[in-house]
Design a protein around this ligand. Structure first.
Ligand code: ACO
Length: 151
């Protein structure tokens, strides 16, 4: 189990993380788009309303009060496996100035814990080939392949 360095703290996503640079951290992943406080609030309130489905966590840099890392687990309800639950890990991002300090592995451990605690029988994710070694260090193994259709 990786411990957080001193000066970092783990939180659920909070409504004022917009001001704490949450979307800037996500931009290491992909295009985030121009948000206003209103577009942020729309999505934040949707996720809050569905807080048994969306679990987003952050690791804060306590010295700057800025978001250093984040990740989400979505809980999917299925008929198979007798109404089984599957956790989908999404949007793992560590701010470039904080990469390599075990924050990524700590985020994944926390999301795996949420997956277990909510009763999922498995937790899965899609990633770039270059990130496979990172997820292997987090206890995941490659399985089948990812497909995408962009609209
Ligand atoms: N290749 C090989 N090993 C790696 C890689 C990599 N790309 N990234 C991390 N590792 C290793 C580290 O060396 C470390 O190994 P050690 O325990 O033997 O020292 C271990 O994995 C844990 O590394 P962390 O320090 O926790 O990694 P970090 O905090 O930098 O987070 C991450 C890794 C999430 C890939 C980060 O670099 C990042 O945000 N990258 C850009 C965005 C991205 O690609 N996100 C993942 C998208 S996939 C998804 O969201 C499901």
């Amino acid at each position: 189990q990786a411990n957080l360095h001193e000066g970092y703290k783990l939180y659920p996503l909070r409504s004022n993380d917009f001001e704490r640079g949450y979307l800037d951290v996500l931009s290491v992943l992909t295009e985030v788009g121009a948000h206003s406080i209103d577009t942020w609030n729309t999505q934040f309130q949707f996720m809050k309303k569905h807080n048994d489905t969306y679990f987003t966590i952050t690791i804060m840099d306590e010295t700057t009060n800025r978001v250093a890392a984040t990740g989400t687990i979505l809980i999917e309800h299925k008929f198979v496996h007798k109404n089984g639950l599957v956790g989908h890990i999404e949007d793992i991002a560590v701010d470039s100035s904080h990469q390599g300090k075990k924050l990524g592995i700590r985020i994944i451990e926390a999301l795996k814990f949420i997956g277990q605690a909510t009763g999922c029988y498995k937790v899965i994710l899609d990633c770039a080939i270059k990130n496979i070694p990172f997820y292997e260090k987090c206890g995941f193994s490659p399985k089948e392949s990812q497909m995408a259709w962009y609209i």
